[in-house]
Design a protein around this ligand. Structure first.
Ligand code: UP5
Ligand code: MG
Length: 195
């Protein structure tokens, strides 16, 4: 790939319902970053009605992971499209397995920082069941939530271990504004230090 990403790339990891999207919205508001949610990119593909979208929706409703190359291609396309105007990227919900991280860094660029938004399993379930009342997401039901958590638990330790040098664990049990204060400690030095 000829083009290079010359702005910071932040991966935002965390279990389903941990608050990745909530915290990314806050980071966008404060730092003006480009937020790309892997799940949203996949849901857009599903709502396009394409035949690929139909396959994706079945996998997502089982709480499993879609093929690595599909997610990577969607991310790559979205990143290079917004690159001319971007101060930095928030890659939300990615990587979800170690190999996805390896491919991303080979094909797109190195992650500057990895944020792990962390909350207990009971908290994840409670939040997602709350969100289910209004989200309209096909995977916000008790059975799929269990499977999503299982998929997350099967892969996350390996990712945390592989990226421990640049990973910051953020306790996501408190209220969103309190969680964000923790995140600011890591992002201010990257984005507000050009004095
Ligand atoms: N909430 C948030 N923070 C709170 C706080 N601190 N205190 C109290 N409440 C809080 O938050 C969830 C709910 O909790 C909201 O109601 C919020 O108000 C409240 P949200 O910010 O939406 O959490 P988030 O972590 O973004 O949860 P999400 O459901 O989006 O996480 P998932 O990881 O499950 O979903 P995603 O969209 O990333 O992926 C969906 C599916 O896509 C996957 O299951 C998988 O099938 C597929 N996928 C792949 O296959 N490969 C990929 O690479 C990516 C996705
Ligand atoms: Mg989300």
């Amino acid at each position: 790939m000829a083009q290079k990403i010359n702005v910071p790339i932040i991966w935002v990891l965390g279990g389903p319902g941990s608050g990745k999207g909530t915290q990314c919205d806050k980071m966008v508001a404060k730092y003006g970053l480009t937020h790309l949610s892997s799940g949203d990119l996949l849901r857009n593909e599903v709502s396009s009605g394409s035949s690929r979208g139909k396959e994706l929706s079945a996998v997502m409703e089982r709480g499993e992971l879609v093929s690595k190359q599909i997610v990577l291609d969607l991310l790559k396309e979205a990143m290079f499209k917004s690159l001319p105007n971007s101060k930095g990227f928030l890659i939300d919900g990615y990587p979800r397995e170690k190999e996805q991280g390896v491919l991303f860094e080979q094909q797109i660029g190195a992650a500057t920082l990895v944020l792990f938004i962390d909350a207990a399993e009971e908290t994840l379930v409670k939040r997602l069941l709350g969100r289910a009342l209004t989200s309209g997401r096909a995977d916000d039901n008790e059975e799929t939530i269990k499977k999503r958590i299982h998929t997350f638990n099967s892969n996350n330790d390996e990712i945390v271990n592989a990226y421990k040098n640049k990973l910051k664990r953020i306790n996501s049990e408190p209220a969103p504004d309190v969680v964000f204060k923790e995140i600011e400690k890591h992002l201010d030095p990257i984005f507000l230090s050009k004095l």
